[in-house]
Design a binder for this molecule. Structure first.
Ligand code: IVH
Length: 789
């Protein structure tokens, strides 16, 4: 095949455009085009290269993952050894370092009256990942290596090529003919969480911390695995060089940035050791808010001539030092495992630890989530464990130190009866409903079956019921609720509405005035919106969002109570599992009794009314057939069947008419067989009819097209609020967004339309920029609200 000049030109053009986008995205952190545009260019290049394989070059952006898995890594000798750093833990250690530097350079030292000569230092965060060396020859990446023992490392060339922010080809001009870049390969917090979630889902092993995740991902013999991991590079220095470079450390890093290599956005120059200390404190203050983990900061003498003069001692440079932060991980002993009972009765193991200071905070408890987690960790009482406290997250047990297990270590056992009320503890079942069949498997959660008869659950249920976003009863804190329950004054949320003054006054914290205030607050809560009331009930898996969706769509307690699971799944974001939770909550005798009492005792629900027209309009017959989950009938089959039959009764009829069904088009043999069998079962016919009848009762009529959401400017969008807002509270911001039609979610995903980030925003902001989601600060957000009216 002849190569048309235009193809070659277009390929060159596409490569340079893609490289430029990558640079803006990864190095400058200013994405220039949306992901879809990038993908379009990428796919065009890929197609052209497939058509003209002779034009493929190793530095093409399409060539990041190539070749098959290795059987072992080759060895690479470092021309210039990869050294390590001395550590400073205290301020005094850093002052000593600075003194040694100045003495080594013969600079005048300070006295009582002056600071003496000040040395300029570069300041960078010390990322917690894995050191790598990248060799560029004539601007092309030719080799990547791990640090190894400092003299010899492993050849990980194919793996480093998969890391998106490592350029395969340097940008611009003026780079040395041979340039060895050194830096840290790491995984962001958001990347770490996403990776572990994926690992859990696929049954793979999870990583204890981002550092291990980075190391485990980079040292993979199969580069395809490395390519699937969210690794990033941050360059912090150089190794061998043939050619010219600037004469200061910061100058070199800036040159690297110009050639397309990522450097730390926190890089700064400090004049003298006091500015270094200020930098250490400033970075320490924002440590938790950084999108990646750091274990300290690194100070380096900025002037390269000075660096040469100072030289090395053993395997450490005399011109650099790491000033460490308190460690995020510590060793301690697991003294015991206790079990806590939550609002929904979940009995969760909690680790009681020998108190240990982790990153400045004394930790004596850590969550263990559930018994599967205990099993995954292989945890026994008496074990020495690694505790990790990252950011504001609850401390976690990340690993058992198996070698230190004492001979008398005891297994962790789930109690057979509830530690609070003595009721039976049951293992939850996971019900999988698929294609008309239900299958059961053991869940990871254990539940106390005592419910409101269990003081722990009762207290939690009431604390939730009275909370601000629920019934909003002021003056009832956790302590007061505990007293009311312990004194036997309140046995269910409904009992709050029969409390009398004489019963409250005299309880701890309740004098005359506060008792009256409490009664007034209870009285004032009698007219909640339907959404608040549904949320306050504490139905498992029904948060504020789902409660609002239920209230808005069905607009009456009675309809919500009676809705069949399949009908509930017509609601946005309600899946079958949640639908079954809601349905079985309202089937439960005890819950029905409490709700009836609440209404008897004067709760008047507001905002009840007609079924929302949007909900009423969204039912299709095809949707119903799909929801029946008939084996072998997928979306297309359901649609064809609906188009042909036009009504449920016709579908039932058709399914039992051998001849008509066998000549029907648009459904395969397996589907026909399944349909016949499904409706041959009277219970299934009845069930399908019941769903249809309920849909009709709720005002639905079959429509083939789902109506577009009406009017609202942000309809269909999902927004996320993170960090603190200064002008407008988050609750108000949330209400505003919702009134404009947006959904407000708690976590960022590829589907997020926009993130509003205030000061202190952390991993959500990082995730947003990683995913290229639009981000607004508070001022921009307010402007946007104004614009939308
Ligand atoms: S400079 C001769 N700068 O820390 C200087 N190291 O304890 C060698 N590290 O192996 C390293 N961030 O993996 C330097 N900004 C930074 C760093 C950094 C992380 C790691 C690196 C190195 C270890 C030294």
């Amino acid at each position: 095949m002849s190569v048309t000049p235009t193809a070659a030109e277009r390929i060159a053009q596409l490569r340079s455009e893609l490289d430029a986008h990558n640079y803006r995205y990864y190095v400058l952190d200013e994405p220039s085009v949306p992901d879809v545009e990038y993908d379009r260019l990428f796919n065009e290049l890929k197609a052209l290269e497939t058509e003209h394989p002779q034009l493929v070059t190793p530095e093409s952006p399409t060539q990041r993952v190539g070749g098959s898995a290795l059987s072992a890594f080759g060895e690479i000798r470092h021309e210039v050894p990869m050294l390590s750093l001395g550590n400073a833990f205290e301020e005094a250690d850093l002052l000593d370092f600075d003194r040694r530097v100045r003495e080594g350079l013969d600079l005048p030292s300070g006295d009582l009256f002056g600071g003496g000569a000040e040395v300029e230092y570069s300041c960078e965060p010390k990322l917690d990942g894995l050191a790598v060396s990248l060799l560029y020859r004539d601007g092309l990446l030719v080799r990547g290596a791990t640090r190894g023992d400092g003299s010899t490392g492993e050849d990980i060339s194919v793996n480093v090529r998969t890391i998106r922010n490592i350029p395969l080809k340097l940008q611009g001009s003026g780079w040395p003919r041979v340039l060895e870049v050194r830096g840290e390969v790491f995984i962001s917090r958001a990347g770490f969480e996403a990776l572990n979630a994926r690992q859990l889902e696929s049954g793979g092993k999870t990583f204890a911390n981002p550092r291990n995740a980075a190391a485990g991902s980079l040292r993979q013999l199969d580069p395809k695995i490395t390519a699937s991991r969210p690794l990033q590079l941050c360059s912090y220095g150089i190794g061998q060089v043939q050619g010219e470079l600037p004469d200061s450390h910061i100058g070199i890093l800036q040159a690297l940035k110009g050639w397309g290599l990522p450097i730390s956005p926190e890089l700064q120059l400090a004049k003298g050791v006091q500015e270094c200390l200020a930098y250490y404190r400033a970075i320490g203050d924002k440590r938790d808010a950084l999108p990646y983990e750091i274990d300290g900061v690194v100070f380096k003498v900025n002037n390269l001539a000075y660096q040469r003069e100072l030289g090395f001692r053993a395997r450490e440079p005399r011109w650099a030092i790491a000033h460490k932060f308190p460690a995020l991980e510590e060793l301690t002993e697991l003294l015991d495992v206790e079990f806590q009972v939550g609002r929904t009765g979940a009995v969760t193991p909690v680790a009681r630890l020998k108190p240990v200071k982790v990153a400045g905070v004394t930790v004596s408890n850590a969550t263990l989530h559930n018994m599967d987690e205990v099993a995954r960790l292989g945890l026994m009482i008496g074990d020495t464990v690694i505790i990790r406290r990252a950011g504001d997250v609850i401390p976690q047990v990340v690993q058992v130190v198996a070698e230190r297990r004492p001979a008398d270590a005891r297994a962790v056992q789930i109690p057979e009866s509830c530690p609070v009320c003595g009721s039976h503890v049951e293992r939850t079942q996971l019900v999988k409903r698929s294609k008309g069949k239900e299958s059961f498997s053991a869940g990871s959660i254990y539940r106390c079956v005592g419910r409101l008869a269990c003081a722990a659950q009762l207290k939690q249920a009431i604390i939730h019921f009275v909370s601000r976003r629920a019934m909003d009863i002021e003056g009832l804190g956790e302590k007061s609720v505990e007293q009311l329950v312990d004194e036997g004054l309140v046995g269910s949320p409904a009992d709050l509405y029969t409390l009398r003054f004489e019963q409250i006054v005299g309880l701890e914290g309740f004098a005359e005035l506060s008792s009256n205030n409490l009664l007034a607050a209870i009285a004032a809560s009698r007219k909640p919106s339907l959404a608040r009331f549904i949320y306050a009930l504490g139905i498992p898996d029904v948060g504020e969002e789902t409660a609002k969706v239920l209230a808005r769509a069905l607009a009456s307690l009675r309809r919500i109570e009676q809705a069949l699971p399949e009908v509930l799944t017509y609601l946005p974001d309600v899946g079958l599992e949640v639908a079954y939770e809601i349905h079985s909550f309202f089937r439960d005798e005890h819950n029905r009794k409490v709700i009836a009492q609440l209404l008897e005792r004067g709760i008047e629900l507001q905002e009840e009314g007609e079924v929302h027209p949007e909900f009423a309009g969204c039912a299709t017959l095809a949707g119903l057939l799909d929801k029946l989950n008939i084996a072998g009938i997928a979306v297309t089959g359901a649609k064809n069947l609906a188009d042909k039959a036009g009504s449920l009764e016709r579908v039932i009829e058709l399914s039992q008419d051998w001849l008509e069904l066998s000549v029907m088009k648009g459904l395969n043999e397996k589907g026909k067989q399944a349909l016949r069998e499904f409706f041959a079962e009277p219970a299934n016919v009845e069930h399908a009819r019941a769903i249809e009848a309920q849909l009709r009762e709720f005002g639905m009529h079959w429509q083939s097209e789902k109506k577009a959401v009406e009017g609202l400017p942000l309809a269909g969008q999902t927004w996320v609020l993170t960090g603190s807002l200064e002008v407008m509270s988050r609750d108000i911001a949330k209400d505003k967004l919702e009134s404009l039609g947006a959904k407000v979610a708690g976590s960022v995903s590829a589907k997020t339309s926009c993130v509003v980030a205030g000061p202190g925003a952390g991993s959500k902001l990082a995730k947003a920029s990683e995913l290229g989601v639009r981000v607004l600060d508070e001022a921009q957000f307010l402007a946007e609200l104004e614009r939308l009216g």
